[in-house]
Design a binder for this molecule. Structure first.
Ligand code: NAD
Length: 119
């Protein structure tokens, strides 16, 4: 399967992309590299984009037509969340909503969401 790994340049996402490849799938990474690493996605197809930008999500889905999405993109630091909750609301809640709404519009039906260790 072609699977979009959102946040795929991060810690969990990059290991997931590697395991998907090992299992014979085609991972495509969507990441804005705010916390991810280029070397973590060596050998993967990469779309640089931000979940704040629905048009970028749409372009990516139209370009790659993934059968499913695995979603790991988030801001993850609890201390930062407590001192600036609005940023975390935008990054995590609104970003996820943008992804899911665009998937519905583009008829991409499967999603696995890891949620957050801060919930
Ligand atoms: N690390 C853990 O032990 C752990 C455990 C359970 C759940 N989780 C959850 O899994 C998810 C990923 O965690 P991680 O440790 O891999 O974090 P990470 O910071 O290493 O990876 C997050 C990735 O998402 C990207 N990203 C962030 N905001 C983005 C945006 N708006 N648009 C596009 N890309 C964006 C970052 O550049 C980064 O590559 C988080 O929701 C985290 O809470 C992590």
């Amino acid at each position: 399967m072609r699977i979009l790994v959102v946040g795929g340049a991060g810690y969990i996402g990059s290991h997931t992309a590697k395991e998907l490849r090992r299992a014979g799938h085609q991972p495509v990474v969507f990441d804005n590299f705010s916390a991810g690493h280029r070397q973590a996605v060596a050998g993967c197809e990469v779309f640089v984009g931000n979940l704040a930008d629905k048009e970028a999500i749409r372009r990516c889905l139209e370009q790659w037509r993934p059968e499913a999405v695995v979603h790991f993109a988030a801001s993850i630091f609890v201390g930062e969340l407590v001192s600036g909750p609005a940023k975390y609301y935008r990054d995590n809640a609104v970003g996820s909503l943008n992804l899911i709404e665009t998937m519905v519009e583009e008829e991409v039906k499967g999603i696995v969401f890891s949620s957050t260790c801060a919930v």
